[in-house]
Design a protein around this ligand. Structure first.
Ligand code: ADP
Length: 514
């Protein structure tokens, strides 16, 4: 059969703990998913920023091409205007059926102009395929800026076609100083977009050095997270990173706190379930002990009642032959009646304690004298049972402020237990002594003793040791020591037990001296 405590434990786990553990596991799983979603949103946000910067550089070149097309002063003048206004433009090279003409910037020296013309001419011829594509585009009404692959020493070369009139198409090569273009045109745009939010930089792919950045000083930890090629300058990358706390950092921090909170919540829940389980287990134990108590008490009452009944009936019927026998029967009846009355008193006192109604009246008392009185009253009874009883008084034992009746009741309970739980060695010693803090009365027997594991439990109400032959057979209600403990608590004192299985026990009533 499954123990009731175990059943409750299983039920508690199923009702309370398991769902919450499942929920925690689900949440922890989800946190990673959430992190991935936020991460991807963050990445696409960075990507769109890079896209817009790329788009902008495209727009700048298209704007120039557009100006040459639509400008009101004619192409030669417009080229001159563009070159004076944009310091990154080094030269235009115009190619049509009538002329191949270089339009260099004013400050370019004459000797390098010749070399440049030759070089551009050569590139033009080499890029035939690409240029014819650009021309095809323009014929269908779309002007595209092409990047020409040429080793131009820090310069970038672009090409675009324009329709001179409906029949003729001409090509323009545009030589741009890359460094200047990035600083002059992309720089302000990058500054505008980045503000305080991003750290954006342009990186030379070959040398891996930073050509431009919106944050000039290096005090910040730059750890570029996203990189994209610049469409028009394939040798350069745009890099971007959040400044300060990145969303990744925030998400990681939040995830960490959430997981910690969930774990704390689970631990609290487990502890709570554990406490509930323990207290239910305690209640079940108490209920079982209570029902044991009722059957123990009924049992204990029945024996003296049966004896009283039997002896009084025999006497009543006049069947007792001698006076001596009669006296013996009267004694049995008297002893059993006393036992009954002690038992009932104990139960009444216990019920008073339980309902909080027990009152104590403290008076200065000579405890040693009280012990003597108890021994006088019970001496005969103990003698009959074959017990050798000794009392060792102490010379400097002080008078104590105690409730005489209650303390006598406690001592009688201890003597009664010593009698009940003694096997062959029937010996009880009472010893009074004092130390610096307490006046102490020890009740020592050489009985069956108490196992260490039970020693802490014997003062609990209804608790009885059920292991061992004598302990099992001996009748009792399991409330005696709990009453003694209550009495000692009321006196601000304590009860100690020293015992070893099979060797005997020593119970000590300790009364505080102050
Ligand atoms: P009971 O009515 O069972 O004697 P008590 O509260 O007086 O109830 O004692 C609780 C238990 O402590 C007893 O059942 C017994 O097992 C153990 N006990 C008490 N006194 C002694 C003793 N002197 N020697 C051995 N065991 C004892």
């Amino acid at each position: 059969m499954v123990k009731p405590g175990l059943k409750i434990g299983i039920a508690l786990s199923i009702i309370l703990v398991l769902p919450s553990l499942f929920f925690s596991a689900y949440e922890i799983g989800n946190l990673n998913q959430n992190e991935a979603v936020i991460d991807s949103i963050y990445s696409s946000q960075l990507e769109s920023v890079l896209f817009s910067i790329n788009q902008y550089s495209d727009d700048v070149l298209s704007g120039w091409a557009n100006q040459l097309d639509k400008g009101k002063y004619g192409i030669d003048k417009e080229i001159e205007l563009l070159e004076t206004k944009n310091y990154s433009i080094d030269a235009f090279f115009l190619v049509n059926s009538d002329r191949h003409q270089l339009f260099p910037k004013e400050n370019i020296p004459q000797d390098s102009i010749n070399g440049l013309t030759e070089k551009l001419e050569a590139v033009y011829l080499l890029s035939e395929q690409e240029i014819s594509n650009l021309q095809r585009y323009i014929k269908s009404g779309y002007q595209k800026i092409g990047v020409l692959n040429a080793d131009m020493n820090g310069k970038s070369l672009f090409a675009f076609a324009r329709s001179k009139d409906t029949l003729k198409v001409e090509t323009i090569l545009l030589l741009v100083d890359t460094d200047k273009f990035i600083k002059e045109n992309l720089g302000p745009k990058i500054q505008g977009i980045a503000q305080d939010q991003y750290y954006i930089s342009v990186i030379d792919r070959k040398s891996k050095s930073e050509l431009y950045s919106n944050v000039i000083h290096d005090s910040e930890d730059k750890n570029i997270q996203q990189r994209k090629k610049i469409w028009l300058f394939p040798d350069y990358d745009l890099g971007i990173q959040m400044r300060g706390n990145t969303i990744e950092d925030l998400v990681r921090k939040r995830t960490k706190t959430n997981i910690i909170m969930l774990v704390i919540m689970d631990v609290i829940l487990l502890l709570g379930a554990w406490f509930v389980y323990k207290s239910i287990q305690q209640q079940i134990r108490l209920t079982r002990l209570k029902s044991d108590f009722i059957s123990n008490v009924s049992h204990e009452i029945r024996t003296p009642l049966a004896l009283i009944n039997m002896y009084s009936e025999t006497l009543e019927m006049g069947r007792v032959p001698t006076e001596e026998k009669k006296q013996e029967y009267y004694k049995v009846i008297n002893t059993e009646a006393n036992r009954l009355s002690n038992m009932v008193n104990n139960i009444l006192n216990f019920s008073k304690i339980e309902s909080g109604k027990r009152e104590y009246h403290f008076k200065e008392t000579d405890l040693q004298e009280e012990v003597e009185i108890i021994l006088q009253n019970y001496g005969q009874h103990l003698d009959n049972k074959g017990f050798a009883v000794s009392f060792k008084a102490s010379e400097d034992f002080p008078n104590l402020l105690i409730d005489k009746e209650a303390v006598s009741e406690a001592i009688i309970n201890l003597i009664d237990n010593a009698v009940k739980y003694s096997d062959e060695t029937k010996k009880i010693d009472l010893v009074c002594e004092r130390d610096s803090e307490y006046a102490i009365l020890h009740v020592i027997d050489s009985g069956i003793g108490i196992a260490i594991k039970d020693q802490a439990l014997i003062f609990d109400k209804f608790f009885r040791v059920s292991e061992g032959n004598l302990a099992y057979k001996t009748k009792g209600s399991g409330i005696g020591l709990s009453i003694v403990k209550h009495i000692m608590d009321a006196h601000g004192g304590k009860i100690n037990v020293r015992s070893a299985s099979g060797k005997g026990s020593s119970f000590s009533l300790c009364f505080p001296l102050k």
